[in-house]
Design a binder for this molecule. Structure first.
Ligand SMILES: Nc1ncnc2c1ncn2[C@@H]1O[C@H](COP(=O)(O)OP(=O)(O)OP(=O)(O)O)[C@@H](O)[C@H]1O
Length: 356
């Protein structure tokens, strides 16, 4: 069983609090991602699960075992965990086989069992034909797979990955994402993954925990986080979004500058910020929600990326070329809003980042 329970965990370095009241349960076999900007506390949380840091307060359970509390502390080597870091940390003088065999040698396993286990894990990470090479004869992606194999060879109940793809180029990152996900499904292992890359989080995770300044902002499946962000921070951090200042009253949100409005009967009233994802805006020929003028249009192949002035506010619209081919810069158009979110106005001055 590799269910993880994190209960009221707080971490401070001296008097600087880096994590506040962290509460979460990771189910057996789940792929969980800790997502947030640099310095938000994600690595610190991972290191506490691994046993490299002690919580200032709170409890951590792995399976049925209490591994960390005011009374107990199980050291990392007794937690049955595999870990992979950003730097591959493979030993340059050892062959792939010896790198991967190392944790089993430490456990004093016999040679035949070591050979069997190493060969089986090398097959899983598609490195069987490279077992006699040294790391300098491998690509970055292959070296990272060696690190992954070494983390998996002792069949840990839990795999912790700290930005394991950030040293790889974009294309390799893409393919490694799928490989890691495949391996996790095949081995049915619980994975806790740390990243600041929302794309990585969205594509791989069963659930994402969004963290900012040491506080959990939202826990949810990727579509839930994307479509129903708990607050403005999450809406902004995950994906692209237009933010527009508005007043929410009498069943409507009315934009402060353009005075255009949308029907809204949700719970947030008064000064608000309306969030609209660019792909949730559509050009239509009549009965639109807004009138606007096309300011610019960039053809990107699969989509058109446009800016539309609605009379004071500019909106970014990502439209399928089909729905847009007949329109040009300067044209007056109508826009339909398919989905939007409303947040209390936090007073953030810079609401227009998405346009640049
Ligand atoms: N050993 C330490 N002593 C003092 N402060 C620390 C220590 N380790 C981490 N911190 C601080 O705790 C905060 C959270 O760091 P952490 O590494 O968990 O962030 P992160 O979200 O993983 O960021 P990144 O994506 O940049 O790795 C940072 O402000 C960091 O400077």
């Amino acid at each position: 069983m590799s269910r993880i329970v994190i209960k009221d965990v707080k971490k401070a370095f001296d008097d600087v609090v880096v994590l506040n009241d962290f509460n979460a349960v990771f189910e057996d076999g789940e792929f969980i991602t800790l997502l947030g900007p640099s310095g938000c506390g994600k690595t610190t949380m991972l290191r506490m699960i691994a046993g490299f840091e002690k919580p200032t307060k709170g409890e951590i359970y792995i399976g049925e075992t209490e591994v960390s509390s005011s009374k107990t502390f199980v050291p990392p080597e007794k937690r049955d965990i595999g870990m992979v870091f950003q730097s591959y940390a493979v030993w340059p003088h050892m062959t792939v086989f010896d790198n991967v065999a190392y944790p089993l040698k430490m456990k004093k396993m016999d040679r035949a069992s070591i050979k069997e286990d190493v060969e089986s894990v090398l097959e899983i990470v598609h490195l069987s034909q490279y077992s006699e090479r040294v790391p300098s004869q491998l690509s970055g992606g292959q070296q990272q797979r060696v690190a992954l194999a070494r983390a998996l060879v002792a069949k840990p109940q839990l795999l912790l990955l700290d930005e394991p793809l950030s040293n790889l180029d974009a294309k390799l990152r893409d393919s490694m994402r799928f490989e890691i996900k495949e391996i996790q499904k095949k081995l049915k292992i619980t994975v806790v993954y740390v990243t600041h890359d929302q794309m990585e989080a969205m594509t791989m995770s069963d659930r994402v925990i969004v963290i900012n300044h040491g506080d959990i902002q939202q826990i949810g499946a990727p579509p839930e986080i994307y479509r129903y962000p708990a607050n403005q921070f999450v809406a902004d951090f995950v994906g692209k979004i237009n933010f527009i200042r508005a007043k929410s009253e009498n069943g409507q949100v009315t934009f402060k500058d353009s005075k255009q409005s949308l029907d809204y009967s949700g719970p947030v009233t008064g000064d608000v910020v309306v969030g609209i994802r660019p792909e949730n805006l559509r050009f239509i020929s009549r009965n639109g929600d807004f009138l606007g003028t096309i300011v610019s249009k960039f053809y990107l192949g699969d989509v058109n990326d446009c800016r539309v002035d609605i009379g004071g506010e500019q909106l970014r619209v990502i439209a399928e070329p089909k729905s847009f081919d007949t329109y040009n810069e300067g044209d007056k158009i109508q826009l339909r809003v398919d989905e939007f979110s409303v947040f209390p106005d936090s007073g953030d001055k810079d609401l227009t980042k998405i346009l640049t």
